[in-house]
Ligand binder design. Sequence first.
Ligand code: LLP
Length: 414
Amino acid sequence: MNYYTKETNFYGNLSPEKLIERYGSPLYVYNESILRERCKELTSFVSYPDFKVNYSCKANSNLSLLKIIHQEGLHADAISPGEVHVLLKAGFKPKEILYISNNISKEEMEYVIAHGILLSVDSLSQLEQYGRLNPGGNIAIRLNPGFGIGHHKNVITAGENTKFGIGLENIPHIKQIAKKFNLKIMGLNQHLGSLFMKGDIFIEGANLLLKVADSFPHLDFVDIGGGFGIPYQKQDNEPRLELIEFGNKLSEMLTKWAQDYGKNVKVMIEPGRYIVAECGVLLGSVHNIKQNHSTRYIGTDLGFNVLARPMLYDSHHDIEIYKNPPSCKFDPHEKVTVVGNICESGDIIAKERLLPKVDEGDIIGIMDAGAYGYSMSSNYNNRLRPAEILIDLEGKDRLIRRRETLEDLMNCFN
Ligand code: LLP
């Protein structure tokens, strides 16, 4: 079994055992140098001059991580007032945020307008509502190009079976409504879905959007979406998304399009997962081991309230076992099912996984947990959300969000 954390020197001079001892279990651990590396990869993989990376902060909106991402020169997309709130606190300027809305109220629209943030609408009716609220204003439009991509049906966000975007057949209506309220269409955006591992499919989608953009002569930007995948099965040598060739092809297409369009147009992408997934490991503790019929269960404190992806999408995360104490020897592998402490039988992190023999007291590391981990965590079963810590560039650990307390559960009551 290859250990990603060894290859990347993830913990540096620290160790999972020490971190759990210090901050408790479960624990989200982030590595700053990996985070910065991923930011740099995406800000530089395209040579088209007016290219911008908007970080999609639904993947992880920890304030300290957002500050680092902003320092690396990324802008952001937001989908809720809550996301806007933390982005502004992290130092993002209103002009650096694109609000990609879906089914929002009049009040939410007013919130976005009042903060001077550009809104993208994804229905004709919401465009009308915006026109009534802010006649003469600037707006962006989220289109649905007719096909989508994604690692699971629930995360395909374009095509026929999704609530998102305005179909291309509605373009004349978009223009009519914009004219009626004297709105300036600043940009077009799309998001095909979450997680592709081959650039060609993304380029195909981008090409479609650029063709549509030709019929909007006064655009400031085109946002071709996120979805950049990471290899979740590193222990089985899953290859990475090949960025160099992908970037070259994309740059060539964008440069040619911009020449024909005849105006300098900013091109944006909106990745979430690629930026933060690999800088995060979720640590937990093994509390119980039992055999139920033919299944050997490894019982941990990593319920789906802490990491929902395996339960929601049947997602795979590589697992590392850290013997505790570390001097213990590894025994031969065995097939086990790793589960959490939530009161549902589907509370499974890994089904029938071959792992080094696990004992009670060992520590378990769930790899690539930085995206859609903490951000999708909950208080189900009245369990508390874990703490988050950062290993900084000097290799020092620092608390970046404290563990919840029982009192936090009472905060919303009168
Ligand atoms: N832009 C829009 C409009 C989106 O809806 C999303 C993700 C993104 C950008 C960023 O996508 P990414 O680059 O992270 O793939 N919870 C699921 C993923 C849901 C993605 C939702 N939208 C998961 O854990 O796999």
